[in-house]
Design a protein around this ligand. Structure first.
Ligand code: NCD
Ligand code: ZN
Length: 345
């Protein structure tokens, strides 16, 4: 039995750092495991311009512990009024690595998102020409579509058209949760890829609703039926370069989760690699873990792979139920559970 696994230093291709005290305290969790991370721009107000992204990047860098090598990769929050020139300038200056499409009101802090995808077609045209990656939160937001169907509906209503109309545009279908999304990505060309979170590999929708409402298993897109979870596990461990690691770590304080209208988001950062490798181990696929965690993402984004390595070992350990954060507490993903793998460094 393999008891240690050493891989090239990985990256997190989708996460939320927030800002202020929370950001300062969550950045070290990511920086100790990952060399780079795609940082989501859904602050309030959102990161919509080169200047805002530069300032946010500096605040993040100031939170990286001394001696730790970590690079935040910034994204531009697309809105109905995004200026294609500003976005292109940000990309050419190395500030923006990607731009993020949130359909308006799809999720946390997305009120300024895109109200109609066709409104940003000129921006997508420019991104295609400049080789800027589009990260997509793929859920329709219209009230007539059931929350469990929103991802599949997004493919049919918008994503197929985007991919047809902009055949060279690099698209990352973020945090996919359905077999429909897996199929769509597999059927598309090499310019379409997807990130997969740890939670969507571990839980199905029962984990949110059976035995009482479980707010710490609630995120968006919401976990789906078991058949979808199995399709995601197959895709993640398949070795296909179209699937890579993106935790969607989305910290919300315990008080904001355990309330009458709890926020969507799971704080996956602290035990991210342990969570993923557990799945690869269960699927007897430790050999494809490095590709998913460290190789496929850089290849898709056209970035070099990282220098250095990290090691995980097979050791049972208990994950604390809560962690202190910003003078309050937060429940991490796997909080209160035993994990069979430990991050060594
Ligand atoms: C994210 C957040 O809280 O910022 N929440 C979530 O459930 N994933 C937003 C997002 O990525 O949808
Ligand atoms: Zn997210």
């Amino acid at each position: 039995m393999t008891d240690t696994v050493t891989i090239r230093r990985p990256d997190d291709w989708h996460l939320h750092f927030r800002d202020g005290d929370v950001m300062r305290e969550v950045v070290p969790y990511t920086a100790r495991q990952f060399a780079r991370a795609i940082v989501m721009p859904n602050l309030s107000p959102p990161v919509t311009t080169v200047e805002l992204a530069k300032a946010y990047r500096e605040r993040i860098m100031a939170a990286v512990p001394q001696g730790v090598d970590f690079t935040p990769l910034m994204t531009c929050y697309l809105s109905d009024t995004t200026d294609p020139d500003d976005l292109a300038r940000g990309a050419s200056e190395g500030v923006f690595t990607a731009a993020k499409l949130y359909p308006a009101n799809a999720t946390t802090n997305s009120a300024h998102g895109v109200s109609d995808v066709e409104k940003i077609y000129p921006v997508l045209e420019r991104m295609e020409a400049e080789g800027i990656v589009l990260c997509v939160h793929g859920e329709v937001t219209s009230a007539d579509i059931d929350v469990f169907d929103r991802e599949a509906a997004f493919i049919e209503r918008y994503l197929r058209d985007i991919v047809v109309n902009f055949p060279k545009l690099k698209v990352v279908f973020e945090h996919i949760t359905t077999s429909d999304a897996v199929d769509f990505v597999m059927e598309s060309g090499p310019q379409v890829a997807a990130t997969i979170t740890p939670q969507h590999l571990h839980i199905n929708r029962n984990a949110i609703l059976v035995g009482g409402i479980q707010p710490h298993n609630y995120c968006l897109p919401v976990a789906k039926r078991e058949e979808h979870r199995l399709a995601l596990r197959k895709a993640a461990t398949s070795g296909s370069p179209k699937f890579f690691l993106g935790t969607d770590s989305a910290p919300h304080l315990r008080s904001a989760k355990e309330t009458s209208c709890g926020c969507a988001g799971i704080f996956g950062a602290p035990y991210a690699l342990e969570s993923y490798i557990t799945v690869f181990d269960e699927e007897d696929a430790l050999d494809t873990f490095e590709g998913f965690a460290s190789l496929h993402g850089p290849a898709f984004y056209g970035l070099p792979v990282n220098e250095g390595e990290v090691t995980l070992e097979r050791v049972e350990h208990a994950v604390p139920e809560t962690l202190p954060l910003a003078g309050e507490e937060i429940v991490p993903w796997h909080g209160g559970q035993e994990l069979g793998w430990r991050f060594v460094g």
